[in-house]
Design a protein around this ligand. Sequence first.
Ligand code: SAH
Length: 402
Amino acid sequence: MSTSAIRYPTASLKPDREKSLLSGHLWIFSGALQQPPHWIEAGGLVDVKSSTGQFVARGYYNPHTDIAIRILTHNSEEAIDASFLHLRIRSALELRDIFDPDQTNTYRLLNAEGDGLPGVIVDRYADILVAQIHTAGMERLRPLLIEALMAETGARGLLLRNDSQSRRREGLELEEPIVAAGEVPAQVLVRENGVQFHVDPWQGQKTGFFIDQRDKRAALCKYTHGKRVLNCFSYTGGFSVYAALTSHETNVTSVDISAPAIEAARQNFTLNGLDADAHQFLIADVFDYLERAQQDGEQFDVVVLDPPAFAKTQSVRSQALKAYRRLNMLGMQVLRPGGILLTCSCSGVIGMDDLLGTLSQVAQRLHRPVQLLESYTHGVDHPMNLVMPETAYLKALFCRVE
Ligand code: SAH
């Protein structure tokens, strides 16, 4: 045990509850605490000790949430201060060095638990950072965090998009977008694998762009040369632009319910030197569209299904599974025999096995055997703590459907 001088108020664990922490897990549920540390405010820093009084880890506490403590360090010598944040951000940046900025200048810079900083995500769009703070503990570190992010990245500006519903559980308000440092334009031009996109960090969904699909977009290209491609839930045309760039003969139909997203998709085609008028852009509910397309006997060579999360909580899991079944059923019905299906799920409570199970059910119902070709999760800029599989959310499967 260390005899470090750095000390925070103590939260003691019940006997034998330190095991998962010692393996690197970063959450402590309230039931594992000997006594809730009532005297500490939401977000306050605590030292976690075993029932025998040994230092186990250091993190922040919230009395309002099931996850009572999120761990920031297992090192008793490490204070939670500006230099701690600088070190974590530097380590995150070092991982993202794998990106050649001439090709890719947009990525997730901080992925919460995956980068050892629970409660915050930061996405980089060229020289602009967009951050979301999810917890009371990280909210208390906000000024230090913003300073450290700006200093380590040399960014032009940082926008805070604190609009995530999860803030309410933490006792935090939802906020309008705020420029926390520097300046942030209405639109940012980014490169992803050499493909260009306009991103709206202020009003775009999530933090502006779905950068977690970078590797899946690149993977799609091998299937789309000269093909007829249907991109369902296209948003601003991520998969569509990549597909259209593979060949002049490729024809892409993009469908999304959001009119601004479809307009942005068109613009992203033009931005990349593509003739938007040679492709189709539809503002529609994907389920309605697919039903009509099936009735009209439409057939595509490649179908992409990348819906929003159908299930955000366990309670709506079975309802969500039904929706995934229906969607994949409809998607397969407009896919020609031998066509390629890319199907995704970004619901945290739906696992890879669930998605595989859904696909096999649909394949059986339609008598269309499916070959699994490739499976993906998040990109490398969304690292996951190995012992925290519960923080995974994205699954993507490339299949060939007979
Ligand atoms: N594939 C996209 C990201 C998809 S995000 C990319 O690579 O960038 C999910 C999208 O689904 C959002 O753009 C949202 O507007 C759209 N959406 C949600 N419900 C929908 C529905 N019922 N029909 C069509 N689009 C829908």
